[in-house]
Design a binder for this molecule. Structure first.
Ligand SMILES: Cc1cc2nc3c(=O)[nH]c(=O)nc-3n(C[C@H](O)[C@H](O)[C@H](O)COP(=O)(O)O)c2cc1C
Length: 190
């Protein structure tokens, strides 16, 4: 294992919006002096997430923190991510993620289309795995300024409010979330 603090950014993205958040989060992780390890689950043909490697169970053991992102799908995470967690009984029983910091992010088309339920429900399997959930505090000025994505529950993007590209507030909040998880992992001695 390397000496560098490694934060696993596990996400799915069909059209690239969630991937933009993953990249902003990764920039924040790097800023904190840690390594961002971008991984995805099975991606269909032409999906944006095909850019990155598919997650391996070893990635869970080797990471010092994890940030999970999904498009909002009827108020929940993408089923492929849920399926991945349902295949981690061995890692769960071994406790490979226990006491590691974690956070979540999402992208939706509409403002009130279920972002918060998606973010909160994504935190549930991470809590079962024993992870320590990190959010975005209101001391982040952009949380008061945003009229699109960004929430105390996690980073987010709203297409109908911000357009196809994440806006400056969404970008900054995602970056800060990545930085915060990485900083927390480092403070925990990881
Ligand atoms: C099957 C399906 C379900 C969706 N459900 C919702 C939803 O509940 N609320 C919403 O606002 N957008 C919903 N969307 C839109 C996506 O969440 C949105 O376009 C998202 O930004 C896509 O992210 P991506 O570019 O990373 O693939 C849905 C899209 C699909 C294909």
């Amino acid at each position: 294992m390397s000496d560098t603090t490694r934060i696993l950014v596990l996400y799915y993205s069909r059209n690239g919006a969630t991937q933009q958040l993953a990249d902003a989060i990764s920039a924040g992780i790097t800023k904190a002096g840690a390594e961002a390890v971008l991984r995805t689950v099975d991606c269909d043909e032409n999906a944006a997430c095909r850019r990155d490697l598919i997650v391996d169970k070893d990635d869970l053991e080797q990471c010092d923190g994890l940030i999970m992102g999904s498009p909002t799908r009827f108020g929940h995470m993408y089923s492929g991510l849920q399926k991945f967690w349902e295949q981690t009984s061995k890692e769960w029983l071994k406790g490979v993620l226990v006491d590691k910091p974690a956070a979540v992010f999402t992208s939706s088309s509409s403002m009130h289309g279920g972002q918060e339920s998606t973010l909160l429900s994504m935190a549930v399997p991470l809590l079962h795995q024993g992870m320590m959930i990190v959010g975005i505090p209101y001391t982040a000025a952009e949380l008061q300024q945003t009229d699109a994505g960004g929430s105390p529950y996690g980073a987010s993007h709203v297409e109908h409010a911000a357009g196809s590209t994440i806006n400056q507030y969404e970008n900054k909040l995602a970056e800060q979330l990545g930085e915060r998880v990485a900083r927390t992992a480092i403070q925990l001695g990881r």
